[in-house]
Design a protein around this ligand. Structure first.
Ligand code: GLC
Length: 550
């Protein structure tokens, strides 16, 4: 791309609130615990809504809060149209939606259509009916291989470790058929070629839309349909080894587009009623961005997460290439990729940037702040993972505290994702740091490290230079620029190691990737910086914003 060329995303219309939204991912178990059982809940989230309003987010994406035996912390759903008692009740949920809307915060639910929980009544019914029962067709049951069917029907391996097949004990008490699960054995996959499954999920969507939700994040969105499950793979361990979706028979089958088209029609029906889109955002991991874009046609998903920045090292060229490509290709898509730097599935941002280059924790935090301000300056939606607004580090947890099924399934080889899921520190100097009420009955479900004391919301609120204040100011400025951000920007390639761009008449943003100061690409004092520097300079590992006068 030529220096000075303008790139950008489509202009938005009023219904399309999601195009520029900052969506805060609430990992509910770890947000705020109102009843003192050590697990975050909906009343806790209601109490924290004012905090989110003050931070200035446009929407929240709520991790699964449906009844679940919690074998994968809610990504094993036993009932898609109710609330897990650990988190509260449907009344709590309704109150949450009402109160969030009063604060102009939209609510996006996490929908898990690829698989359910073993405890889902239909799976239980399928087990009870035996091999000839019709309910087995809602899942993927098959006979085993070898004498007595004792070997799995094919050689595929799960992304979480182990075989994708689990053998059941039939009603007669004998080992019988096997069922397919892309993730853990506690998460049987639905058979999406069965029309009953489609109809059921259409009803689930309507159930929540009727309760006022503003959209859905679609879990494992590329996985619903599979190729021939009984066919052996040449490289059966590809998912298990890569830890990301890579098996071409399991991910990205074309039939899935038709499902999302039908969901889009449902969402658009609701949007027509009040002129506000109901968002569909897909977790389409393991695909190159080009393939992800096929989900973003005008009649499919509105958004998909862009995971490449999240996986990229702290490197100017990598950031530049990814951003440039997304903005250029974005013009051709109806929907938008969403900038994402963290989630409940990966090592915390502040720690990741520290580990990458064997840098100190301070450098990791400085880079995390700079990266966050950089993506917040870009056109397009941004997902902000709970706790990243506080610059929380990954928690180092003892083996005995780990709860992620990945740890168990890989025999401890992979430690899993607990370290980024530790409950938020709100206040005080010791655990539970205000996460649970003073009279709590149980400690937080994952132990909070002592160093969280330095990161509490309380402390950061009163510290002008804190990571929380930085995010609050950035979100307020981003919002105040509003319609002046027309989705287009121009690169300013003027200083080595510095990635800089300008939105006409709104904002100039510059990030210094070097560990020494660099000249700023424009004169004047920036309105916002992640690290202070003399006028005309950028501090090492920092981002600065200059708001243009009009
Ligand atoms: C998605 C979720 C992850 C979960 C998996 C299985 O990748 O983000 O947390 O374990 O799906 O549902």
């Amino acid at each position: 791309m030529l220096h000075g060329e303008t790139v950008g995303l489509a202009r938005r219309n009023d219904a399309e609130w999601w195009r520029e939204a900052v969506i805060y991912q609430v990992y509910l178990r770890s947000f705020c615990d109102a009843d003192g059982d050590g697990i975050g809940d909906l009343p806790g989230l209601r109490a924290g809504l004012r905090y989110l309003g003050e931070l200035g987010v446009d929407a929240i994406w709520l991790s699964p809060c449906f009844p679940s035996p919690q074998r994968d912390h809610g990504y094993d759903v036993a009932d898609y149209t109710s609330i897990d008692a650990t988190y509260g009740t449907l009344d709590d949920f309704d109150a949450l939606v009402g109160e969030a809307h009063a604060l102009e915060i939209k609510v996006v639910l996490d929908l898990v259509p690829n698989h359910c929980s073993m405890e889902h009544p239909l799976f239980q019914q399928a087990l009870a009916e035996g091999p000839a029962g019709p309910t087995r067709e809602l899942f993927h049951f098959a006979e085993g291989r070898g004498p007595g069917g004792g070997r799995p029907p094919s050689n595929w391996r799960s992304i979480f470790g182990g075989s994708v097949w689990e053998r059941v004990i039939e009603p007669d008490g004998e080992p019988g058929q096997w069922y397919f699960h892309l993730f853990t054995a506690a998460q049987p996959d639905w058979n999406w070629t069965n029309p009953r499954v489609r109809a059921m999920f259409a009803d689930v969507l309507r159930f929540w839309l009727d309760r006022g939700v503003d959209g859905f994040r679609i879990d494992a969105a590329g996985a619903l349909f599979k190729g021939d499950l009984l066919c052996d793979l040449e490289d059966p361990g590809v998912d298990e080894r890569a830890h990301v979706p890579a098996n071409p028979l399991a991910w990205g089958r074309p039939e899935v587009h038709d499902v999302y088209r039908s969901w889009r029609r449902i969402c658009d029906d609701y949007a027509r009623e009040d002129g506000s889109d109901r968002l569909l955002v897909g977790e389409i991991s393991g695909f190159v961005a080009r393939d992800v874009r096929t989900f973003l046609r005008a009649d499919e998903l509105h958004e998909a997460f862009l995971f490449e920045l999240l996986e990229a090292p702290w490197n100017r060229e990598r950031f530049r290439v990814i951003i440039e490509r997304e903005l250029r290709d974005g013009l051709a898509s109806a929907g938008s990729l969403a900038w994402t730097l963290g989630s409940h599935d990966c090592v915390r941002l502040a720690t990741r940037y520290g580990i990458d280059a064997n840098e100190t924790a301070e450098v990791g935090v400085a880079r995390a702040r700079a990266a966050s301000l950089l993506v917040l300056a870009l056109p397009g939606p941004v997902f902000l993972y709970q706790g990243d607004e506080l610059g929380l580090p990954e928690a180092e947890l003892p083996d005995s505290a780990l709860t992620d099924p990945i740890f168990e399934h890989t025999g401890g080889e992979r430690r899993g994702r607990d370290g980024c899921r530790v409950p938020l520190p709100w206040s005080g100097d010791a655990a539970p740091f205000g996460f649970s009420p003073p009279t709590h009955a149980r400690p937080p479900w994952l132990p909070q490290p002592e160093l969280f004391a330095a990161h509490t919301v309380e402390r950061q609120r009163s510290d002008h230079a804190s990571t929380w204040q930085l995010h609050r100011r950035a979100l307020a400025m981003r919002r105040s620029l509003g319609a002046r951000r027309d989705g287009r920007l121009r690169w300013l390639d003027v200083v080595p190691d510095v990635l800089a761009f300008r939105h006409e008449e709104t904002l100039t943003c510059a990030t210094n990737f070097a560990s020494e100061p660099r000249r700023a690409p424009r004169p004047g004092t920036p309105q916002l910086t992640t690290a202070s520097a003399p006028t005309g300079w950028l501090a090492p590992h920092s981002t600065a914003w200059w708001i243009e006068e009009v």
